[in-house]
Design a protein around this ligand. Structure first.
Ligand SMILES: [Zn+2]
Length: 288
């Protein structure tokens, strides 16, 4: 059987003949000097070409295509962050959008409208934090995730400077458990450095359920040193970025659990969305 190579060579020979002229653009290095090495031109489909020049042009094109592919995958990396790197175990949250946020109470209608409005301001480049506070199950996480989804737009493939925005949703209790697990589990990627790194890097971050991470929000205990360290690292990396917090904690509880400096960082430049009259929406689904 004839090899593919020899078939290609034959096909080339059929259409390609040597030309009497030489291309003088190509050099090789001899000692410290560049010496011109003439390359004989060829006729391909009636056109006089230099095979070396053609080859180099092909290589340049290939290199350029590869670079733009890499660049585009770098750019979509931002867009994929929300889906690929968010840390939360309640997967139903991933379905949350503004559209499927059901409103019954006037307070819910007002809060949804406010969240939409604030998300728009963030989208336009304003920087502030948002605090969603209220009883468990009123849909704070839902609105927070919906905001990230709205802010997470893919880069424009036609616009090479558009890198898109990166969004990340982190349930603080789940992240804390994952980090603690990594202390013994050397295979785990969820090291403290990794988790605080991505939380600091994301353009828009949700820290979900602040205060639930110790499992003792109803006691007066302070959050552990470990949580303080994480929140310090993250808030200092995010001084010029927007962070959305959800919490069941009241202001007083927040001050009890975290040290003053941290509380002032967390609540800096904050807009508040409070649920005072809305109670657990999930209860409605129970048949008893
Ligand atoms: Zn040439």
């Amino acid at each position: 059987m004839q090899s593919i190579k020899s078939v290609a060579a034959e096909a080339l020979n059929a259409r390609m003949t040597f030309h009497s002229e030489y291309c003088h653009k190509h050099t090789y290095t001899c000692g410290s000097e560049d010496v011109v090495k003439p390359v004989r031109m060829m006729v391909l489909n009636g056109k006089v070409i230099c095979p070396r020049c053609e080859l180099e042009a092909d290589e340049r094109k290939l290199q350029k295509d590869l670079e733009s592919q890499i660049e585009f995958s770098q750019r979509t990396k931002n867009f994929n962050m929300l889906d690929k790197r968010s840390i939360f175990r309640d997967r139903t949250i991933a379905q949350a959008t503004f559209d499927n946020y059901k409103v019954n109470e006037p307070e819910e209608t007002a809060n949804k409208r406010l969240m939409l409005e604030l998300t728009n301001h963030l989208h336009q480049g304003e920087v502030f934090n948002i605090f969603l506070q209220g009883h468990p199950g009123v849909g704070k996480s839902h609105l927070a995730y919906a905001a990230l989804k709205a802010l997470n737009v893919p880069p424009d493939p036609e616009n090479p400077v558009d890198k898109g925005k990166s969004c990340l949703f982190v349930n603080l209790a789940d992240a804390a458990l994952a980090i603690q697990d990594s202390f013994h589990n050397k295979e785990s990627k969820f090291t403290q450095a990794y988790v605080t790194g991505i939380m600091g890097d994301a353009d828009y971050l949700v820290i979900d359920d602040l205060g639930a991470e110790t499992g003792s929000e109803h006691s007066n205990s302070e959050a552990s040193n470990f949580i303080h360290k994480i929140l310090y690292a993250v808030t200092s990396a995010r001084q010029h970025k927007a962070t959305i917090y959800t919490t069941n904690l009241t202001g007083d509880k927040l001050k009890q659990m975290y040290d003053t400096k941290l509380v002032s960082r967390i609540t800096k430049r904050s807009k508040y969305i409070l649920f005072k009259n809305t109670f657990d929406k999930r209860d409605e689904e129970l048949p008893f």
